[in-house]
Design a protein around this ligand. Sequence first.
Ligand SMILES: [Zn+2]
Length: 467
Amino acid sequence: MPRSAPVVLTCTSFLAALALALTACGGGVHGTPGASGLRDPYFPKAGNGGYDVTHYALDLAYDPDEKDLSGTATITARATQDLSALNLDLDGLDVESVTVAGKGARWNRAGQELTVRPPHDLDDGETFRVTVRYSGTPETITDPDDSKEGWLPTRDGALALGEPTGSMTWFPGNHHPSDKASYDIAISVPEGLQAVSNGELKSTRTADGRTTTTWHTAEPMASYVATLAIGDYTIRRSTTPDGLPVYVAVDPAEAGASRKVLAKIPQVMEWAQDTFGPYPFSSTGAIVDREGDAGYALETQNRPVFPGAPDTETLVHELAHQWYGNSVTPKTWQDMWLNEGFATYAEWLWDEDHGGDSAQQTFDALYDHGEDVYEDLWSFPPANPTSSGHISDSPVYQRGAMVLHKIRRAVGDKTFHAIVRGWATTHRHGNVDTADFTAYVEKRAPDEDFDAIWKDWLYGEGKPAHA
Ligand SMILES: [Zn+2]
């Protein structure tokens, strides 16, 4: 790491004795502040440098009438440099106190950055714990593409959706997909309401008119797929034939309309495991809120959120994301097509395997007149969405899926399925980018030349000349 000149002057006037001086300064000023962003090409302020979070413990209470959230976030992290200060992302809310290793820390806020100055510098490699107490009315964020995320108040409670940056509205953290961690989330709500989150339900306790529910996520989770659904839900717990716990929470108003498709979860999971390989998480399910509670479905980890009863394709799409997105996670938001191209192609494969159009027919229809349905289909290549406002546009989804189909056509079904499964297995719980993907495909099919596919379909501007 670079050490700044003032540090040297503070400790000793002998440059040659720098190493000794730093030791002598012990606990003094040898660290530098961690970066305030991870230089994501589209969300440069998202995430922070200098540390890696291993665990979030969130202890929350929500009052839907007052729209008031109070929380204590205990963040366990490992320093990846000598740190004199570090940043957390937190948008809105009032910070009441910050401690590091139980000792009061100085802090200040600027925009979404909460800068924490520990009482002593943290050493590279040191594991430390930051505890932030906070409260207030969480905000709803309007994304560059005008969709709403963050904290979404609903008729009977609230819904927290975090893609790409909304989770910073309800807890401080390293809010970038490249830093995944395990979670324990405890949420207290007025008695009579339910609170559903990721992972497995550990306990439910009611006292003094409030119910506290605790959820545990052991597998790494990116904060953008963390969720909280507070409201009136009908809960149904079951297991798939191979023993995977299924937890489904449905707003009673959507119960009738969603019953049939939600009953397909075990079947979809079995098909997905046959197609994508072993499921990377310890439970599955769904959260169905009312239509209008959110503007889109989201692949929140373990149990996707649907605004209104989903159709089968949407269920397949969001469950496929558990492999592609939640387990194999993009390094930056530029790589979003690795999530959406796969989840969209999962829909095509499901249709093909269940008496619908073949993937080839879907591909042909898109190539021939896709722009009638998706006006912007050829407006940019999947691997370069050009700006933060376009990461959820059809070139990332439909054209991303077309890239996968081009690979399938080049290598044949057998190798293609090995690639799809192998990609999920090799990078299980990891982070990837587009270069990792093309290198992986080339390694699995060394006799094929993929240059034209990469050049025309993945990185090329405009509609490729040949289907
Ligand atoms: Zn998706």
